[in-house]
Design a binder for this molecule. Sequence first.
Ligand SMILES: [Zn+2]
Length: 441
Amino acid sequence: MVEASTAAWFGAAGLEVTGVEEVRGEVAVGVQTPGGQVVFCELCGRRARSKGRREVVLRDAPGADGRPVRVRWNKRIWECRSPRCGAGSWTERSELAGPRRVLTFRAERWAADRLAAVEGSVASAARRLGVSWRTVWSAVEAAAEEVAGDPDRVGPTARVGFDETVMASASRRRRRRFITAAVDASSGQVVDVFDGRDAAGLRKWVSRQPRWWADSVEVVCMDPHEGYRSAVNELKDSGGLPSAVKTAADPFHIVRLANQALTRCRQRTQQDTTGHRGRTGDALYGIRKLLLTGAERLDPAGRQRLWAALDRGDPYDEVADCWQAKEKIRSVFKTADPEQAADRLDDAIAYSQAPEAAPELHKLARTLKRWRTEIIASTTTGTHNGRTEAANAKIKDVKRSARGFTNLNNHRLRILLAAGRKPGQTQPVTKIRTRRPRFVA
Ligand SMILES: [Zn+2]
């Protein structure tokens, strides 16, 4: 029997530590329940008789220095004394580990915490614990299912954002596989992820949500993606979503379309005027990043360089026009006044569809016209997918940490485990160094 302080260090309630030794680089901790316990049969209630002990070896969470820890639990076996009772014999339970488990509860929590923090993969946790992938995954899966199934995890979601990510890259055998994340656009909380990025996937997912949730939605924010929009419209028509739901186009993606038009126009003009792709020394190539910088962030020298290069490399002013259009579109999202935003958008559309404008701008104008209502809705409701994109960055971290997923359910659980962690759910830690010394000499 080792003293009580060792038991406190080990931290398994109701067990005494019988010894700690190092065996080939591993720490081995012996534990058992103290003697003199009185246990009763669960079936007949008679006092049970001890049949001795049997050693069970468990894997515990690694020690503070990273050394593997194994626990030798000298488990007591009890037996019912009554010959007429069917209880037979049983082994004792404890808060250390569940029955027939290889991992202690603490090791299971350690693995789940690691994966919730997106530190390493299931395989790396399994290596650290010296158990199989399956053993670690079943512990993590249980923790993740608890997070995913928590009824308080997702509340009413007035603004929901949908955004796609690649779940698995294409290989020789299969095509690229997409998943869509539904995110609370106000808080960044991941509501769920589901298969695909088309209308059918979104419709199916929304129809599986509780009625109160669907009724709480006021704005749906999305990339300018026809599949998502038609799904939302169909849901509004069929009553799957309230008919007052507004569809908003994410400002970032709209500005990105303008940036893409500008870049394509620059590349085409480059080819047309020089006959080759941009290279060092070419006027347009030298300002490729300057063109995409917001006008308000250009200093006088930057402006000077921009216009000088356009004078040299943009004979028909098409690139300059695209730059103007891009700035007009950016200005749409810089006003809080909905009428002014609509006026600015209409100005950008008129400017882009002028007969003399570049073909890239004509294409952009068509997209802007198709999404005019949604762009204005994003300015009037102040909705954007900034937080949705941030949540998606985390989803990509999860994907990278597992080097891609082939099983959507596992991927979904891992995402919800990582996304479901709120601050304050971890054990509070007392500060042991403070700014001001407590005792002043
Ligand atoms: Zn009994």
